[in-house]
Design a protein around this ligand. Structure first.
Ligand code: NCD
Ligand code: ZN
Length: 376
């Protein structure tokens, strides 16, 4: 048995509120714990975007933070204005990212102590948060507090644009889901120029290529799309030479039915498969346990200023061989593009603040997660 610190996934889409047919706080955080994560940071591209203090507070409340809040349903019934007990619904700790939009700039000051990063969508993807206007982008970059991270979804040429803006306004830039060789090279070069830039890769870009799309069809479609073997090789080299700072799941569940619609929504679930795939890479000597700790714990905590909890661990059995299946998944969408893949290395037990929350495939407690806020 090997004990790792509780792992951190800084890029997940828990889908609540607004798309709970795909996932909700309960199912998403159960999937996180079962996948070995004790902390996840949730993205703002819900149908009702996280772009105001009100929307952020609503998420916090839905996750179960403000246990005592006025039930708005009963407010409509005079005389029945009851305070209801609202228990926590989250199994792991959850923090939030804020979304950039022309209207959200006015809320930056009010939310800055509550959120971990600002997410700017500079390319089309799920949701309505795309921003292409140069003036608005400049206003966003200049207004976000300098000590906090700006995360960008920036594919292709947009990456260069994001780097230019971060340099101009002296901001910290974290590039999400790098998938191409050119992008890795650009980030590597930018790091050498002494700019505060970090980057993330996802498990699906490390373990799948565009060849797999033939087999997976819509279930292999996400943003950025799966790339070539050469691109994939560059991501692995980026891990080895220190260019890559974090590995995230970009857990982006859609229902099976939705995935078979045209147009296909982009995104795949990943919380329960990322660590098993990484452990398997350790068993094949493509990665070390220290790499996993650095990429999925130490660096995410440092970059996003995540408070570290006492007595919080993920125990893994490095010798357990099995094939990934969809039967035992806790994610509401109940599918994975990695179905049938043989791996070696399994999550055995997860301990959150001294309590065993998950062991041998079963939950041992109720939802004991907390909404978390940046350490400083
Ligand atoms: C994400 C989603 O579905 O919310 N989809 C995806 O393909 N990655 C959005 C995103 O992160 O781009
Ligand atoms: Zn995402």
């Amino acid at each position: 048995m090997i004990q790792l610190p509780g792992l951190i996934d800084t890029h997940v889409h828990l889908r609540e509120p607004g798309a709970t047919q795909k996932e909700d706080f309960e199912t998403g955080t159960k999937a996180a714990i079962a996948g070995g994560y004790t902390v996840v940071l949730d993205m703002p591209n819900n149908p009702e975007t996280t772009t105001s203090l009100k929307a952020l507070n609503k998420k916090i409340r839905l996750a179960g933070e403000d246990r005592d809040f006025t039930d708005h349903q009963s407010e409509k019934t005079p005389g029945k204005r009851a305070k209801i007990e609202h228990p926590s619904r989250i199994y792991c700790d959850v923090g939030f990212h804020f979304g950039a939009s022309p209207d959200s700039i006015a809320h930056f000051q009010a939310v800055r102590k509550k959120v971990f990063g600002l997410k700017i969508y500079m390319n089309h993807t799920t949701g309505t948060l795309l921003i292409e206007d140069k003036k608005i982008l400049e206003e966003i970059f200049s207004s976000w507090p300098s000590h906090k991270v700006i995360m960008v979804h920036a594919e292709g040429e947009t990456l260069e644009k994001a780097i230019r803006l971060a340099r101009k306004f002296k901001k910290r830039l974290h590039v999400c889901h790098l998938s191409l060789k050119d992008q890795i090279e650009m980030v590597k070069k930018t790091k050498l120029s002494n700019m505060d830039i970090t980057c993330e890769v996802t498990a699906h870009h490390l373990f799948l290529t565009r060849e797999d799309v033939k087999r997976l069809g819509p279930f292999g479609m996400m943003r950025p799309p799966l790339a070539t073997k050469t691109d994939q090789g560059a991501l692995w080299n980026g891990i080895k030479d220190g260019t890559v700072d974090t590995i995230a799941s970009d857990h982006a569940p859609h229902t099976k039915e939705e995935k078979q619609n045209i147009p296909t929504p982009n995104g795949i679930p990943g919380l329960e498969t990322t660590l098993p795939l990484l452990l398997n890479a350790v068993s094949e000597k493509r990665l070390t346990m220290d790499d996993i700790i650095r990429l999925c714990h130490t660096n995410p905590a440092r970059i996003f200023n995540i408070p570290i909890q006492k007595d919080t661990y993920t125990e893994i059995d490095p010798n357990n061989r099995y094939s990934i299946n969809d039967k035992h998944l806790f994610t509401k969408c109940k599918w994975t593009p990695f179905k049938g893949m043989g791996v070696k290395g399994k999550v055995k037990r997860v301990i959150l603040r001294g309590q065993t929350i998950f062991e041998n495939g079963e939950f041992k407690t109720g939802p004991i997660g907390k909404v978390i806020y940046p350490a400083s």
